[in-house]
Design a protein around this ligand. Structure first.
Ligand SMILES: Nc1ncnc2c1ncn2[C@@H]1O[C@H](COP(=O)(O)OP(=O)(O)OP(=O)(O)O)[C@@H](O)[C@H]1O
Ligand SMILES: [Mg+2]
Length: 398
């Protein structure tokens, strides 16, 4: 389909009768945990803003999206404007595991507009973007970094700047492509800048300082057409790029209900009797008490009992070292070494100095969720625990 047809296709869609429901396809983001937060993925043909301060991971997020989606038939165009020179950016981005050099040029094309910005006016930038898009009919268009364009125009006629911003947003919304503007903004600008009203989606990345630790956060500030998980979600960046940890266990109302619940033995017969048969499958149980009263021992017995019944388990420990944990279990006559070797038991050691509790909680939570494959059992880590957490998976490992 030619670009002109694509534009008219998009325009005509808005004229359809209200009774004809349009199904919106979703694009995977390629970011672990993010599709779940978005409610499935990014709506196709949406215009999105990826905002945040320098170093928040905006460019990395956009790269993950294009590498996850671009093909020779459905290519992506990536414009760099002043911010980070394309060559330098690619040098850094190549370090990530998702970066696939085979996709360069055929599926993903990087276009550096810095020279045009320096030599020409803002109109030249719009012209160049339009021309490139008309020529290759991309499915994804990214403009990185937008704020630098605005800064360049400071001191010029404000009308020209506003016109430029609106024109660019209009261009990005009018094409039948999923589009992204990447920029540095402060949260205060959301009220003042018209571009945030035009956008279909706003993904906001931040770095929050909590005591001496810095935690990355992501907020889906806006997402037209679908429900997403609200709030600030923790984000990590490693060699595989961004990873997002949903603040809640996914969208509301999607959890398993009571009818599936059965009792799980704690491994301590008398305690099971006292509790009416054990702990309800899927419950979050806080074991509290002063030092030396047997909290960790109870958790160990619970896990070992599950292992005896062929249920895999995870122990996340914060204070003790895994070797000590296993040795103490041995003292009770419980073997945790063999199940670790066979993959039935995983002991996650989440050191207290690795970041604030939230981050460790999210890491354990995520591992449990991966393991439980959506089961309700043991998929929750309670915040504020001092010792650690144990979870059993009666339905087996994924
Ligand atoms: N392999 C890695 N492991 C952990 N963190 C990494 C790794 N590579 C990069 N980072 C983090 O990612 C950050 C850079 O992310 P990115 O370039 O996507 O940010 P940005 O928001 O686009 O920044 P800018 O506004 O400066 O363009 C670095 O500051 C670093 O903290
Ligand atoms: Mg960047």
């Amino acid at each position: 389909m030619s670009k002109a047809n694509k534009i008219s296709a998009r325009t005509s869609r808005s004229n359809v009768s209200p009774s004809a429901k349009v199904t919106i396809s979703q694009l995977p983001t390629g970011v672990r945990g993010l599709d779940e937060i978005l409610g499935g993925g990014l709506p196709e043909f949406s215009f999105n803003i990826i905002a945040g301060a320098p170093g928040c991971g905006k460019t990395t997020l956009a790269h993950q999206i294009i590498f996850a989606n671009a093909t020779p038939e459905k290519p992506a165009l990536y414009f760099t404007v002043l911010g980070e020179p394309a060559l330098k950016m690619l040098r850094y981005q190549q370090q990530y595991s998702f970066f696939d050099p085979a996709k360069l040029n055929k599926s993903i094309r990087f276009v550096n507009l810095t020279d045009i910005v320096l030599k020409k006016d803002l109109g030249g930038v719009l012209e160049a973007i339009s021309k490139e898009v008309q020529a290759s009919s991309p499915n994804i268009v990214v403009v990185d970094s937008f704020r630098s364009v605005v800064r360049k125009a400071r001191g010029k006629d404000v009308m020209e700047l506003q016109g430029f911003v609106q024109h660019l947003a209009l261009l990005l919304t009018s094409w039948q492509a999923t589009t992204f503007l990447i920029g540095e903004y402060s949260t205060g600008e959301v009220q003042d800048n018209a571009i945030f009203t035009v956008a279909d989606g706003i993904l906001w990345l931040t770095q929050v300082t909590e005591r001496n630790s810095v935690v990355r956060k992501l907020q889906i500030m806006k997402l037209r057409g679908q429900e997403s998980v609200p709030g600030l979600h923790t984000v990590r960046i490693d060699q595989d790029g961004l990873q997002a940890f949903s603040r809640t266990m996914g969208l509301a109302g999607k959890r398993d209900t009571w009818k599936k619940k059965k009792r799980l033995s704690t491994g301590i017969a008398e305690l099971d009797k006292l509790m009416g048969g054990g702990i309800y499958e899927g419950d979050n149980v806080l074991v509290a008490g002063p030092s030396g009263t047997g909290k960790s021992a109870l958790g160990t017995h619970f896990l070992a009992e599950g292992l005896r019944h062929g249920e895999p388990g995870i122990a996340a420990i914060f204070e003790e070292r895994p070797q000590g944990y296993v040795a103490r279990a041995k003292g009770f006559g419980l073997d945790l070494e063999t199940p670790q070797k066979t993959g039935m038991l995983e002991i996650l050691y989440l050191r207290p100095l690795d970041g604030p509790l939230g981050g460790r909680d999210d890491a354990g939570n995520s591992r449990c969720r991966e393991t439980a494959q959506g089961q309700a059992a043991g998929d929750r880590f309670a915040r504020g625990l001092r010792d650690g957490v144990g979870a059993r998976f009666p339905g087996g490992l994924s």
